[in-house]
Structures are given as C-alpha cells and as structure tokens.
Write a protein that binds this ligand. Structure first.
Ligand SMILES: [Zn+2]
Ligand SMILES: [Zn+2]
Length: 188
C-alpha cells in the first residue's frame, strides 16, 4: 500500500513538473479567438472615431494648436484602452473553455458587470488548468482522482471513500479517515 502510494505521489509530482502553471503573458494572449480580436479592432476604430468627432476641434487652425500629448492620448491611448477592454471577455471565454468552466456565463458576466467586476471575479474563482494524463494525454481537471478516459490514477485518493485528497490534508475532508503520509503538493 505504501509503495503504491509513494509510486503515485512520484507520478503526481512528475505531472505537476511537466505542466507549468498557466504559461507566460503571450501564451495567454494567444488563446484569445480571432473573433475577439475583430471585436477589439472594431472597439479601437469606434473609440478613435468617437474621440475624433467629439474631442478634436472641427477647424484646422485650433486642431494644429492642440498639444502633442493630448493628440497622442486621443488618437492612440484612448482607443487602445477600448480595444483592451474588448479583449477581456474574449480572454475569459477562451480561458474558461480550456478550464472546463461555464464559458458562456462567465463571458456575459465579464461583459455586463460594470467596472470589470465580472472579470475580477472570474480571475478569483477560476478553476486550475487541467493537467494531461501521463498515459493517454487526456486533459483532466486537477481535482479528478482518475483519468476519465483510461482510468490512470491522477491524484491520491482516500482509502475509505475514494475521493481525491488535496495537498496538506492529514485527514479526508469528506469522511474523516486519517491520511497516511503527506499528500504530494500539486503546483498550480
Ligand atoms: Zn488517461
Ligand atoms: Zn474519505
């Protein structure tokens, strides 16, 4: 039993080493779907047009006398800000999809809850990234005890109720059975 457990915790450690937590910034940007980029581009152009018509003086003379910083802000930074705002729901959708969460619901929250509160809630509540099964490569959620495709053990389970044990537990949280030996930490 204990050698089986040791073997398994080594396996769990190997999985966590093979899977970096959630990738770098550009890897995360790369998951955003093309349609979200198109919407962001439209947001950029829309904001550009709005600022041009509303904020720039209509006659050429006073336009020439505007400060360069104000011009740059109105023609580049403002529209860029609008584009980034449009990209947030696109990222939430793609990220929720790959984490096996309810992507549609989270995208709507990201769009309609004001002051980016939907986006912030998403980042606080999102599930950890799934890990690849070492045997068949199936992307299984971190909490899964066994691979749903090939039944390879992915986490240590309770000897009594067979549910997944989480790192740091000394007893099963579901049935109270004491855990023999430390539960391997799965890096996030
Ligand atoms: Zn598998
Ligand atoms: Zn249990």
């Amino acid at each position: 039993m204990s050698s089986w457990n040791d073997n398994l915790s080594q396996k769990v450690e190997r999985i966590s080493l093979a899977q970096p937590a959630s990738g770098g910034f550009w890897e995360n940007v790369a998951i955003i779907r093309p349609v979200a980029w198109v919407i962001a581009a439209l947001g950029f152009i829309g904001m550009e047009a709005m600022l041009f018509f509303l904020a720039f003086p209509s006659d050429a003379h006073s336009r020439n006398h505007m400060q360069l910083g104000v011009k740059i802000f109105l023609s580049v930074i403002g529209p860029l800000f609008a584009a980034v705002l449009c990209l947030f729901p696109g990222y939430v959708y793609a990220d929720a999809k790959r984490r096996g969460m309810r992507a549609g619901m989270w995208t709507l929250l990201a769009i309609f809850v004001p002051y980016l509160i939907g986006v912030i809630l998403y980042f606080l509540l999102r599930e950890p990234l799934p890990t690849a099964c070492p045997k068949c490569g199936f992307l299984a959620r971190r909490r899964f005890a066994f691979c749903p495709q090939c039944s390879t053990p992915l986490n240590r389970v309770c000897a009594t109720c067979s549910r997944s044990l989480e790192p740091g537990w000394s007893a099963c949280a579901y049935c109270g059975t004491p855990v023999a030996g430390p539960v391997a930490a799965v890096s996030r």
